[in-house]
Ligand binder design. Structure first.
Ligand code: ATP
Length: 506
């Protein structure tokens, strides 16, 4: 898996998807640039989300709030006080870790021991295997599972109550070592605020301290009444937004999984108080269905219901995805109560209430939010699509089997040879199709190599122009995944491709 993940990163660079930021200066840690194909794939994923959330829901509208916000926003939201990571340093290696991650990784190792036993048993019992029963009755597995749970429960309790000394005690009791050096010589645990500060204004005396937003949600909360009034929105309704967020993450590794500058796609859904659990369940299911519509496989997703809740939530779950380094959070669904609107009322002194004409009363709506990281979604889709295939003749090919709807390039038009008028015909096909979707033209190298290059870029269709095309205006269309080729008329290409690369109903 480690090698596979390295392949993902190098493939992303080699084919113009993702580059390290400011690479000529040796890069900037946990910051990345999207290249010519990455920008297209990212844009397509964003559009796919926007269509599903805004276009397909009569009661959801989209906005685009500024990254810079009034600094009191972050006092009200709790980010000034509570947006902290517990850090611990190893005195020998001088390396810094997130204390909670150290403990969680330790607990996960215990879980993996249990998982090994479960996998072995599944192999033995085949179809008749009942995992739940096995876990409940196998003493060793139960012991592992209980231990894992006890550790996580204690960690959650310590963090919730800000008992940093207890987090350190836990690390010492479990004898957790620096994974690189094995040293168990730890400092105390400290809190570190994740927000990036900046200044507004030129002169030192008048400058105002600001933060780069650590989440997009607050831009929606402070605009709640603007949107509700100007759009005459009726509860329940949602406001959606995509945009950059910034966090000074301490342990920023795993490529674009955890970045310091990243993009979120969030939707805040405003509901009547008391209705929030119904909508929470609705959005959990609806968002999972959306992910499944990308076709990456049901087995790669699972829900993780939170035991440890953030200060603003009364229920929270993650949709986790099986990344190359294991199941990790891809999207969060949170029932945020009226915490945010109430807090902004308190700090601003302005009412942020809704008059419900059916109930004939004013109230502060409750909020259910869905929040997915665009870059994490990119990593999920990209890594899941990258495949090394062995073909019938024993040769191998690398294929990026992206969902066609998000592929950066939808079709490549390839003249079989560089003469006899084939390039001219191929170029005229490009000219015609490019009004509807991204098309590329390639005449370099043998056609087999050009196919391989498009496979690696994730292009779902290759259109090959040959001598017969000149006579009867037909071409071959090659399908990326099956590598099957059909002979079709030039005039049918547009609708044929559009049908495949459009958004499919689910
Ligand atoms: P994590 O526990 O992984 O730090 P989080 O619970 O802090 O994530 P939220 O604040 O709920 O994350 O943010 C919602 C979504 O934004 C996450 O599900 C994730 O997809 C994305 N996200 C959060 N932090 C980052 C980051 N540093 N880099 C990339 N994506 C991120």
């Amino acid at each position: 898996p480690e090698d596979f993940f390295k392949n993902v990163i190098s493939h992303a660079k080699e084919y113009g998807f993702i580059f390290p930021s400011s690479e000529v200066y040796d890069g900037l840690s946990a910051v990345y640039d999207y290249g010519q194909n990455g920008a297209e794939l990212k844009k397509n994923l964003r559009e796919y989300w926007w269509k599903a959330m805004v276009q397909l829901h009569d009661n959801i509208v989209g906005i685009d709030a500024a990254i810079l916000m009034h600094p009191t926003t972050w006092k009200a939201s709790g980010h000034v006080d509570a947006f902290n990571d517990p850090l611990i340093d190893n005195k020998d290696s001088k390396k810094r870790f997130r204390a909670d991650t150290l403990v969680e990784d330790f607990a996960e190792k215990i879980n993996q021991k249990a998982q090994k036993e479960i996998d072995k048993a599944r192999e033995r019992f085949g179809d008749a295997f009942d995992e739940e029963q096995f876990v409940a009755t196998n003493a060793r597995v139960k012991e592992y599972k209980d231990k894992q749970k006890a550790i996580l429960t204690r960690l959650a309790h310590s963090l919730e109550n800000n008992l940093l000394a207890d987090v350190k005690a836990l690390i010492e009791e479990l004898e957790i070592a620096d994974p690189d050096t094995g040293s168990k010589n730890w400092t105390d645990v400290r809190q570190f605020n994740l927000m990036f500060g900046t200044k507004l204004g030129a002169s030192a005396e008048n400058a105002m301290d600001l933060y780069l937003r650590p989440e997009t949600a607050q831009g929606i909360f402070v605009n709640f009444l603007n949107v509700q009034k100007s759009g005459r929105m009726k509860v329940p309704f949602g406001i959606a937004q995509t945009g950059k967020a910034f966090r000074n993450e301490i342990v920023a590794r795993q490529f674009i999984f955890r970045m310091r500058e990243f993009e979120q796609m969030e939707m805040q859904f405003f509901v009547r108080p008391g209705d929030e659990m119904k909508w929470y369940e609705y959005w959990k299911e609806t968002r999972l269905k959306w992910h499944l519509s990308l076709g990456l496989g049901r087995e790669n997703y699972r829900f993780h219901d939170h035991e440890k809740l953030a200060h603003y939530a009364n229920a929270a779950a993650d949709i986790e995805f099986k990344f190359p380094f294991g199941f990790k959070e891809l999207e969060g669904i949170h029932s945020r109560t009226d915490f945010d609107l109430k807090a902004h009322e308190e700090y601003s002194g302005k009412k942020l209430q809704y008059f419900d004409p059916e109930l004939n009363e004013n109230y502060t709506p409750y909020v259910v939010e869905t929040s997915v990281g665009l870059d994490r979604l990119f990593l999920a889709v990209f890594s899941n699509s990258l495949k090394e295939e062995t073909l019938e003749d024993g040769s191998t090919r690398t294929v990026l089997a992206l969902p066609a709807v998000v592929s950066p390039i939808k079709a490549a038009v390839l003249p079989l040879v560089k003469k006899d008028g084939l390039p001219e015909l191929a170029k005229s096909i490009v000219e015609d199709l490019k009004w509807d979707f991204n098309v590329t033209y390639d005449e370099k190298d043998a056609v087999g190599r050009r196919y391989r290059r498009q496979d690696a870029l994730g292009t779902p269709f290759c259109i090959t122009v040959d001598h017969q095309s000149l006579e009867d205006k037909t071409v071959t269309i090659r399908h990326r995944d099956s590598m099957k080729q059909d002979r079709v008329s030039v005039s049918s290409l547009r609708s044929l491709i559009l049908e495949e690369v459009g958004m499919h109903r689910w």
